[in-house]
Design a protein around this ligand. Sequence first.
Ligand code: ADP
Ligand code: MG
Length: 701
Amino acid sequence: MPTNFLHTPIDYLNGVGPARAKLLKAELGISTYGDLANLFPNRYIDKTKYYKINELVPDSAHVQIIGKVTHIKTMGDGRSSRLVATFIDGTGSMELVWFKGQKYFKDNLKLNVPYVIYGKVSKYGSKYNVAHPDVELLKDHRSRQQSAMTPIYPSTEQLTKRNVTNKMMVRMMQQLFSEVQHSFTETLSDQIRSQHQLVDKNTAMYNAHFPKSAALLQQSIYRLKFEELFFIQMELLLQNRIRKTRIKGYSFEKVGKYFNDFYSNHLPFELTGAQKRVVKEIRADMGTGAHMNRLLQGDVGSGKTIVAVLTCLLAIDNGYQACIMAPTEILAQQHYQGVSELLENTGLKVSLLTGSVKTKARRIIHSDLEDGTLNILIGTHALIEDKVRFKNLGVAIVDEQHRFGVAQRAKLWKKNDLPPHVLVMTATPIPRTLAMSLYGDLDISVIDELPPGRKEIKTVHRYDKNRLGVFSFLKEEISKGRQVYMVYPLIEESETLDYKDLMDGYESVVREFPAPQYQVSIVHGRMKPEDKDYEMERFVKGETQIMVATTVIEVGVNVPNASVMVIESAERFGLSQLHQLRGRVGRGADQSFCILITSYKLSTEAKTRIETMVATTDGFEIAEVDLKLRGPGDMMGTRQSGVLALRVADIVKDNDILAVARNTAIELLQKDATLALPEHESIKKVLQFLQSKKGLWKYIS
Ligand code: ADP
Ligand code: MG
């Protein structure tokens, strides 16, 4: 078998014709031997073990049981319609349930004939059941040889429909391995393998598919995960080095008049240690002559704005302009107000550009920008329109970047000869190793300290029925001069219903808090921008005590006098969203509160979210839980291609292996930056292959 068998088209495999090859490609992205070999089982089941019904426990997970069907009936109707079969084995009785394919099973299931069923057990009331079990007549089952630890491969609806069963996948894999056995090339060096006690590539590949023992399986999977994460880290580290050494950026060498004057005379408060450290990091980074691409993480209220302002001043001191881009009109406006106030007596010119800026004002901004009289431009997406031309943009600051696509970020770059430095600010804390994997091309700064004197926000959970109690608490707080946010969920799929809830809620709030004693604002996405701004402004000025809103106020909005955040239907919000919303309060000197209102019925996941919110205000802790609940793809808002498309490793669960792999990669590059040593030949080959499409390798070799 030649070493490049991995590239052999899958049609060549015995038993795979053109039709099936096409299906495998479409459904699982498998077009070569290598692709198939790298399709790893989701799990393994011990098909030599049979359970009795009276041995089942609530978390039995996947089990295999021998028994008979005694009754079949259809229950419920419409969406809850299901076929229910009573299944007994002499030790007890349970139910098999089908929501889909009811007719098929109704017509084909035989009564009082021994079957083997296999599936995931759950308990409903006092009865165990399996939804959509695999069913096989016992006599057919017996005629096949069973082995311990049968691999279960990923499948899709189409594959199932077209009868590409797991059995068939296993057979294909067996065929593949009989053809290519022992011809997988080792990809790691002996040194790395012995240091981390990793089994060799062939052993790992074989046992991942056909485990000879539980121990070998575990070692094999570990090795494959390590390998996968190691090469990702190598790629990221190399990429990062290329950016640092090859992509030129403006060199902001001096710290001049504007920065120094502001720092000594206009800082409204002393910077926290973390803020000072981060400013130093940014300053150093922008002074190297390489392009800065930095992610600034800091929990809500940690004080990222002042860091942004100081960063702008560094650019201005070196003769350049700066811009700050925010995801919403309201946020852009707030930044504009905040920054203008901070820079009031500095003689610098700051403007706001959003979609609602009128043509005339816009023209002035355009010309000020082009002749350089404008120092800082703040705005929304409007900043990256083609008509917006900076004289010399030195730094672009992007706030809450997860709302912007990477493509948009790249667009900013095209405005001048050299790319402006980029500082991306986010309040979504990302566990560090995960951040490294997601944003390998970014450097990371973290503000991990809140400004002094902040009181912990008290968070409680209340049910719908306690709303009156909540209202009277709000009245108390308002009588002390405080202001209140009441937030309603709004998701696209049920937008109309959600708006109705919001308006109903608004009306009941107005009833409960009547004028003239109380003034209530409302802000939502269907309002005209000028109306929104008007209402927002009334609230900011303290003219209204209650702000009823959708999540438009989620990010960045700063009203220090607002000290209560009420979140309606809190079970419908994600954790990071809840955390962001809570961050709107606790900005002033008063004790702040967050009240999460839910219905009685909560899913397990929703319960975890609410409990987490009540238990902690630590953004990183919340991020960890969020990550576990949702997985990294969702958390980032977009699935980052490549990085997260892992074959064996799980970027969340295998965080420990990731850290080891990363350190190994760092050590390796410290020892042999160009991978010139003969013992690193195999690693270099893999990287060359991985990089061949990206054209990065030429910089290294
Ligand atoms: P975020 O990181 O959420 O953008 P902001 O920059 O809006 O946070 O800051 C939150 C609040 O904390 C603002 O009112 C700001 O003026 C205040 N603040 C920021 N840094 C400090 C500090 N070092 N000392 C005291 N207050 C600070
Ligand atoms: Mg902010």
